[in-house]
Unconditional design. Structure first.
Length: 433
């Protein structure tokens, strides 16, 4: 070994790429498949419950337990082989059985999962399927006869996959027993690992398709409310354009609409993003099969293009519509807030002009009052000065009236100059401040 320290997660990360090996299947064989998901908040569920449920099943067959915290596990249960995988939102159980059984797609095969164990599952069934791995007949027209007997003809998809190594068939319909049906016809020279990979891909296509459709049902549930909100938003924007309603009321209504749109976005964000991820997985899993047409039948890709893709386009359309409505509400709110601010600025300008006018009137009134103040103060000042000068007037031989008249001009001038000086000091102090 080179003298260098490994990253603590180096081996864990390298082994993760090999953590979920494909099963090895030899025709003839059967498989029963079950995917379980918690009804609400599956991504944040207590995952120890999944492991406990698996251990309960293993105990019924006397099988060893997985390691604590395991996310995948494969073991023999009786005469069969169980493969268990834990995913972000769901867990899957696949049981492989030898031989083809007494009759095709016998519901009794699913009894490998006990009824009471199913009732105690920490979630609900997302999907379940039964698969038959049959030896490929030399007369390939026989495949058409078998699939017509086993499945619904109008939705049946049949393809040659992996360079014609295998023929696969499925109708994606739930039968009387509550399961979907798939058929796999490998050539005799095809390796057991390749057969196992194809069976695994079929199970994944069905599971990811079912998980994607959860987003479609969520969109259908919120579409009526989205339409109502869209109409309300259009009405509010029309009112803004024509000025039919007070801006404050319209702004409050827009804020309520924006809040509801944000709530809808938050409630659907995970499901819609998960739907996009699952749709991509469905497309990728079908692509790796490298399908070729078989006897003029529709392929899995064609089936999805006719039935599955329109639902996914509806989901994407609703997601974009929700984003567009949120953006419209935000823009409308910004425009209305700008209008309200401009109106308030105009009102403030009018208020300032009114205050200026009142200040001018107050100043003129003040000047008038000052004039009256000069008269009043002068009146009392003249009286006081006259009293002081009466003795002098007697000595000088001047009458009291004449003395009072002579005193008036200088007293009035002195009072006027004194008030003017006081006003100048006051105004100078205010300007300095």
């Amino acid at each position: 070994m080179p003298p260098i320290e490994d990253h603590p997660l180096r081996y864990q990360l390298a082994n993760e790429l090999h953590a979920r090996p494909f099963p090895a299947l030899q025709a003839p064989a059967r498989a029963v498949y079950l995917a379980i998901k918690k009804a609400q908040d599956a991504a944040s569920r207590d995952r120890s419950e999944d492991l406990d449920h698996l251990i309960d099943l293993l105990d019924r067959y006397g099988t060893q337990h997985p390691q604590p915290g395991a996310t995948h596990f494969t073991a023999a249960i009786g005469k069969h082989v169980l493969k268990w995988e834990q995913h972000t939102e769901f867990v899957t159980y696949t049981v492989f059985l030898n031989g083809l059984g007494e009759r095709p797609y016998d519901p009794a095969d699913f009894e490998v999962f006990p009824e009471d164990w199913l009732r105690e599952a920490p979630g609900v069934r997302v999907t379940s399927a039964m698969l038959r791995i049959c030896e490929r007949p030399e007369d390939e027209s026989r495949i058409n006869d078998l699939t017509r007997d086993w499945m619904v003809a109008d939705s049946l998809a049949v393809s040659r996959v992996i360079d014609d190594a295998v023929v696969v068939a499925g109708d994606f319909r739930i039968d009387e027993g509550g399961h979907l049906r798939f058929a796999v016809f490998p050539r005799s020279d095809v390796g057991v690992r390749r057969v196992g990979r194809i069976v695994q891909r079929l199970c994944e296509i069905e599971t990811y398709k079912a998980m994607s459709m959860l987003g479609f049902t969520r969109v259908r549930a919120i579409q009526p409310r989205m339409t109502e909100i869209d109409e309300e938003l259009t009405r509010l924007m029309t009112a803004m354009t024509h000025g039919n309603a007070p801006e404050e009321e319209t702004l409050q209504a827009l804020l309520r609409v924006s809040s509801e749109l944000e709530t809808l976005s938050a409630q659907t964000a995970f499901r819609l993003s998960a739907t996009g991820a699952y749709e991509a997985l469905v497309t990728q899993r079908i692509a790796v099969l490298r399908e070729e047409r078989f006897e003029g039948r529709q392929t899995f890709r064609e089936f999805m293009a006719r039935r599955f893709d329109p639902a996914m386009r509806t989901v994407k359309s609703a997601e974009k519509r929700l984003e567009a409505m949120s953006a419209r509400a935000m823009r409308a709110g910004d425009l209305l807030r700008t209008r309200v601010e401009v109106k308030r600025s105009a009102q403030n300008q009018d208020l300032l002009e009114s205050m200026d006018r009142r200040a001018g009137l107050q100043l003129r009134l003040q000047h008038t009052v000052e004039g009256l103040s000069v008269v009043a103060i002068s009146y009392y000042a003249v009286s006081l000065v006259a009293y002081l000068l009466y003795p002098v007037a007697g000595m000088a031989g001047i009458s009291k009236g004449l003395m009072t008249a002579l005193v008036v001009p200088p007293v009035v001038l002195a009072v006027w100059l004194g008030l003017r000086r006081i006003r100048a000091r006051v105004e100078g102090g205010e300007a300095h401040e």
